[in-house]
Structures are given as structure tokens and as C-alpha cells.
Design a protein around this ligand. Sequence first.
Ligand code: NAD
Length: 364
Amino acid sequence: MDRRKVLGSIGVLAAGTALLPALTPRKQADKLGIALVGLGNYATRQLAPALQATEHCYLAGIVTGTPTKAEEWSKRYNIPEKNIYNYENLDQIKDNPDIDIVYVVLPNFMHAEYTIRAFQAGKHVICEKPMGLNVQECKDMIAAGRKAGKLLQIGYRLYYEPHHLAAHKIGSNQEWGHTVFMESSLGFRMAIPGIWRLDKDKGGGGAIMDLGVYCIQGGRRYIGEPPVSVVAQGYNTNPELFKGIYESVTFQMEFASGAICNGTTSYSAYVDRFHASGEKGWMELKPCFNASQKVVIQSSKDITVNGTVNEYQQIAQMDAFALNINDETPVTASGEEGLIDLQIIEAIKRSITSGQKEKIDYSV
Ligand code: NAD
């Protein structure tokens, strides 16, 4: 489906709103209801449009601190007043049977708090990446989900993207022999003073937190196991802008098989690619990780890509989670997966400080 068609269908929905009764029925057929928490860029440009095309879930509610946004979204997506919350009264969502899943799309420093609040309100949770600011927050979030008996998914849309799944299958099954090395990089220009992403306490440490999860996953998902050690360096050419955080980080992950993955993340320059080279072939995904472009593969051998490539990668991600809830099946992009990435990021940060190769202990 092309973007204009999706936007077109939203327009029809909005125009038709006046003809509908004031309140929508309890459920759209048997779809699960999602409430988006935080109506910023990602929720507005990607998640809400994706939710117009999901099969097993739909946009049922919103949580926002901005009354004008509440009004705008309510009209645009036909969200009834009773499904609109703010950050203070969010906990009352526990009494709302329309909302099955709370999707936390807030700045990184708010992920743990709002995920735990949503679990305490008895809802399933999708939380955006990076899962938390540190390993301890991730563990607290997982514990809260277990206590509530509810499921947690991390917003890792690429765990459900057909090209990434094809690469994962070839690499983890060693279909092209042993992997020798990988390169996995993502960078954007984020030189905007004052934004939460550049605030050490709110973003958690700049590009390595925001974009690093993708580069790490590129390598570890391809190989099919987490790295055993990492060595990393941090760079900062503009300490006024990047206060207390690294502008760019390069790191090398080493796997038990001896394979290595070189990664680069940057808030100063563009890069978006994954390259894997093995005994019997190589592949490159480029663009690879960003949410607004389709993935393209080049390779030395033919690759079969199964499944539907949607306009929005989040359609498959959110539908998969709804099916996990309905069918009581394990979540692929689970909290445990989010935790692994934070364990690796913490080792990367330790290595930048120590200047040494750091072992990664997944048992702590
Ligand atoms: P954004 O700044 O555009 O939106 C953040 C939202 O949080 C805004 O609506 C803001 O009003 C609200 N908010 C509430 N309290 C706030 C506070 N104290 N400080 C700042 N904002 C506050 O950010 P975004 O780009 O939408 O990112 C949100 C989350 O989504 C981040 O965790 C980010 O990593 C993640 N994200 C994921 C992807 C992906 O592909 N999975 C893509 C983009 C962003």
C-alpha cells in the first residue's frame, strides 16, 4: 500500500466521523485496543498510520499532556472521550475494557516508569527502544510484567521485517558457512540543541542508546547469539552540543565462533547499513535500519524473502504482539531481548571508559 493511499483512507475515516454515533462500539470486531502514550514524532508519523492497517489490533486510545493534541487525534481517529487520558490520570486506564495494550512512545527516561504503571493497571505493554536507561530498569520492567501476568514487547519492528528475517535465517543457520565479519552502522544528524535525545539523563547517552540497539541487533541477530565481549571508542568533536555524551561511538563485538561485528553510531552524520561476509557469500542491507525507508538487499547469492513488505514495518510488529496475546504464544521481540541490548550497551560504555576489551556477563 503506498503512503498516499494510507493517508487517503485516514481522510475518509475522518470525514465519516460526523456520521458515526458519538461512541464507537466496545471493539472493532475482535481486534485488541491499543493506547499510544506520547504523541510525538514516532507515534504521529509511523504508529498511528500503521494502526489504520493492522488486522489484529487498532488505535483505541491516547495518553497525552497536550489538550490540543487530544482534540485533534480524537477527531482524526475517532477516539471517544472516555479513551483519552493524560499523564496524571493514566492509571485509571485499568477500568477501561477498550484498552488491552498500552504502547509507551515516550522519551527513553520515561520508559521504565510508564511501562511499570501500565502493568500495574493490568494492561499488556509495548515499550519503545531502548527498553530502559540501564540493565536494572529493564529487569524491573520484566519483573513488573511477570507480576501482572501480562506480556511485554519492545518496539523492535525489524524483528518482523521480511528482509531482516531472511538475513537472520541465512546467518544463524550458517547457510553460507561460518560468518567471518560483519559491519553494522546507523547514524543521523541530530545536532539540535535542547532536545531530550542530547540530554544525558533523558536520552541515556546519545547515539549509542538511540541507534546502537539496531547496530548491535544487526550483528547478534544475524549470527543468532549474543557477543561474548566488546571493545569500543567514543568521540566528541562538539562538547558544547554533545554535553556528557558521545557524538559518535565505534565498537567491535566478538562472538564465540570468532566472528566479529564492527559497529558505528553517530548523531553527526548519516549511515544506515549492515554487511555480513562469510565463507561462501556476502550480503548487504542498505538502507537497513531506519523506519521510513524500505530495506534493500544486495548479495553474492540469491536470497528468498518471504512475507509481506508493508508500507509501515510496525504493522507486522503490532499484529504479531496481538496474536501473542490472543494465542498465548511467546513474544519474539521480548523484554529479555531488550535487556540483552542494554547489557551490551553497558559493556560498550565500560570499554570506552576503561580502554579495554570488556567481557559481557549476561547472568548479572
Ligand atoms: P518525540 O520527542 O517526538 O516525542 C516524545 C513525546 O513524549 C512527545 O509527544 C512529548 O510531548 C512527550 N513527552 C511527555 N513528557 C515528556 C517529557 N518530560 N519530556 C519530553 N517529552 C515528553 O520523540 P519520538 O521520536 O517520538 O521518540 C519517542 C520514543 O520512540 C523514543 O524512545 C524513541 O527511541 C522511540 N522511537 C522508536 C523508533 C523505532 O523505529 N522503533 C523510531 C523513532 C523513535
